[in-house]
Design a binder for this molecule. Structure first.
Ligand SMILES: Nc1ncnc2c1ncn2[C@@H]1O[C@H](COP(=O)(O)OP(=O)(O)OP(=O)(O)O)[C@@H](O)[C@H]1O
Ligand SMILES: [Mg+2]
Length: 126
């Protein structure tokens, strides 16, 4: 299954009548279970790409799907189907280990008991 798919994904910021092409025509397909690393120099558009596919901002052109849901039409379904841990704000606690961090944020998402456990009982963590 395709976890992330984009078609000509483009984001242009307009600042004082100047256009900044943050990302331009990104076409990619990431399969379920695939580990994908996005590398690029400062200002290359990595954060803009992540914000766009996680529905924090709208693309200017193009389209995208996450877990089969459209990022423009089904933003709530996209959000419910992902967990986003970003570097642009405090998104994990150094003093907690990985499992404890997952448990902490899972609790904030309202997960309890076996549901909280099931979430991190995935083969990815074994
Ligand atoms: N909200 C915004 N308004 C205007 N321009 C923006 C905005 N966000 C990003 N940009 C511009 O878009 C381009 C891509 O920025 P982005 O933050 O996506 O890059 P990045 O690859 O994440 O960089 P870094 O490695 O520094 O985190 C840059 O030129 C940046 O200045
Ligand atoms: Mg960034």
């Amino acid at each position: 299954m395709e976890t992330i798919k984009t078609q000509n994904l483009t984001k242009i910021f307009k600042v004082k009548r100047k256009e900044i092409k943050a990302i331009q025509n990104i076409n990619l397909s990431i399969q379920s279970g695939e580990i994908f690393v996005l590398l690029g120099p400062n200002g290359a558009g990595k954060t803009t790409f992540l914000k766009t596919i996680s529905t924090l901002i709208l693309p200017t052109y193009g389209d995208g799907w996450v877990n089969g849901y459209n990022i423009k039409k089904d933003e709530y379904k996209v959000r419910r189907s992902i967990g986003l841990s970003t570097g642009f704000e405090r998104s994990f606690y150094y003093r907690l280990n990985g499992y404890q961090n997952l448990e902490f944020f899972g609790t904030l998402y309202g997960l309890k008991g076996k549901y909280l456990k099931v979430k991190y009982d995935s083969p990815l963590f074994n």
